[in-house]
Write a protein that binds this ligand. Structure first.
Ligand code: BES
Ligand code: MN
Ligand code: ZN
Length: 480
């Protein structure tokens, strides 16, 4: 979708007009701009609460008008809700060209408009490859504002680029498990590397064995396709910071021998969302040429039962010599991430930020509206919170409480991969913390936020969300 800003209103044919009605916008102000709307019923007028809407057709012009409650002019959540409502209604009405007319006064902040533009893009997305009847996307949207909008055209272009990467991430996560395998993700990374001149290195079975990456080998043992550790590097000419991103890429999580029950397995194609998000972030960073060195490491495997599968009771010895007893083959994420974290920390980045659909418990705790953040580094934590609140990909902190560490100590190995006495998201975080040494580390549990089973409060479609792409681009832009 092309978004263009305009200073005046010259309605073309078949262009729908969207009018955000903010709290306190008098109906008279709307009439002043659009006399053709005078027929609107005074009593039924919308009061401006975000999300309220009225769709009408003007009589003379046969034009579609959408009056949409927009809340407050300075509220980022209201901007997101407004954008969501706009796109939902435009799509429902099969509109492909529209303009959004802001009634003065219009003191929109840059942040407000960025959120508006982002959520317009995000809510125009559909995964409809497998649908015979596709709904029409909006192709063109003009933002009309009489005064100068504090959003330069270059920023609109940049948001389009970032949202393309988010859509790339969503496509990867929504794609069916027959198509997304360790082999296919290796292919995806190869294409990305070519398109954006990234350095690429791939470890498959022989290289994994050579480097002692035994978590990936164990978890991937039951599948037909070799596991992989995929590394992409973006190295700008000048940089002072190096950020390493690690993503969980379980292309399908059946649970392994600890097989998941049917209902829990339904959405497990999304267990590679961490890998998809680190690919999408580095794609964005390369396209925007940000002045930060970024490494994306994806730990990729399929977790399947079978005669070669790893078993409860097995012990894995890691490249850093730590040993882990397998209690449950369904707690596989931390086992492959440990390999990737060891590799990441050996490269001595300034920080490691890791994304994984790691625990069902994070959904119990936080639902699908915020991701769990576990981080012992104050600066990294506050930078991530700042980016989260700016872009709407929200985080909530869970403590890496050291007293719980003993609950993941095993009898005949250093650690065990699961424990059933509560706080399972935190214990998973404590497990990961064991593999990063002293490097500042943030763990984001995106099991709830990466994939929605129903449309969300700011997103009008279920399925993959691209959670983390805009968050990290914001974080990295602030670093550079
Ligand atoms: N991939 C799942 C976590 C998950 C659950 C993601 C629901 C998205 C939606 C993970 O591998 C898993 O199975 N975790 C177990 C860990 C337990 C066995 C300690 C869980 O959370 O139940
Ligand atoms: Mn699992
Ligand atoms: Zn999993």
């Amino acid at each position: 979708m092309k978004i263009v800003k305009k200073n005046s209103y010259k309605p073309e044919e078949r262009t729908a007009v969207v009018i955000p009605v903010f709290k306190g916008t008098p109906l008279a102000a709307i009439w002043e701009e659009f006399p053709e709307l005078k027929f609107l019923d005074r009593d039924k007028k919308i009061k401006g609460a975000a999300g309220e809407a009225q769709v009408c057709q003007s009589l003379q012009q046969q034009r579609l008008f959408l009056l949409i409650g927009a809340g407050r002019r300075d509220s980022l959540p209201d901007a997101r809700k407004l954008a969501c409502k706009i796109m939902t209604l435009l799509r429902e009405n099969r509109v492909s060209k529209a303009l959004v007319y802001f009634i003065p006064p219009d003191p929109y902040s840059h942040g407000y408009l960025v959120n508006l533009v982002d959520y317009l893009h995000l809510n125009n997305y559909r995964f409809d490859r497998y649908l015979r009847k596709k709904s029409k996307p909006v192709l063109r949207l003009d933002l009309v504002c009489q005064k100068k909008i504090p959003l330069p055209a270059a920023d609109i272009k940049e948001r389009e680029e970032i949202n393309n990467s988010a859509a790339f991430c969503r496509d990867l996560v929504n794609e069916i498990p027959a198509k997304i395998t360790p082999d296919s993700l290796v292919q995806t990374a190869t294409t990305l590397a070519k398109e954006h001149q990234l350095k690429l290195s791939i470890f498959r079975k022989p290289e994994l064995a050579e480097h002692g990456l035994n978590g990936l080998l164990a978890v991937g043992a039951g599948a037909c396709c070799s596991p992989a550790l995929i590394q992409l590097d973006y190295v700008p000419e000048k940089f002072s910071r190096h950020v390493s991103l690690v993503g969980k890429g379980i292309t399908f999580d059946s649970g392994g021998l600890n097989l998941k029950p049917g209902k829990s397995m339904e959405e497990m194609k999304s267990d590679m969302a961490g890998a998809a998000v680190v690919f999408a972030i580095i794609k964005s960073v390369a396209a925007l040429r940000l002045p930060v060195k970024v490494t994306a490491l994806a730990a990729v495997a399929e977790n399947m039962p079978g005669n070669q599968a790893y078993k409860p009771g097995d012990i894995i010895t890691y490249a850093n010599k730590k040993t882990v007893e397998i209690v449950n083959t369904d707690a596989e994420g931390r086992l492959i991430l440990a390999d990737a974290l060891i590799m990441a920390s050996r490269q001595k980045p300034n920080v490691i930020i890791e994304f994984s659909t790691l625990t069902g418990a994070i959904i119990t705790a936080l639902g699908d509206g915020m991701a769990g953040l576990m981080c012992r580094n104050k600066k990294l934590k506050s930078d991530l919170f700042q980016a989260a609140n700016a872009c709407g990909e929200l985080l909530w902190e869970l403590p890496l409480f050291s007293e719980y560490r003993k609950d993941i100590t095993a009898k005949i190995a250093d650690l065990k991969n699961a424990d059933y006495r509560g706080a399972s998201s935190i214990k998973a975080g404590l497990f990961l913390q064991e593999f990063v040494g002293k490097t500042p580390f943030a763990h984001l549990d995106i099991a709830g936020t990466a994939f929605l089973s129903k449309p969300g409060f700011w997103l009008n479609t279920e399925g993959a969300t691209g959670f983390g792409v805009r968050l990290l681009v914001e974080y990295l832009k602030n670093l550079g």
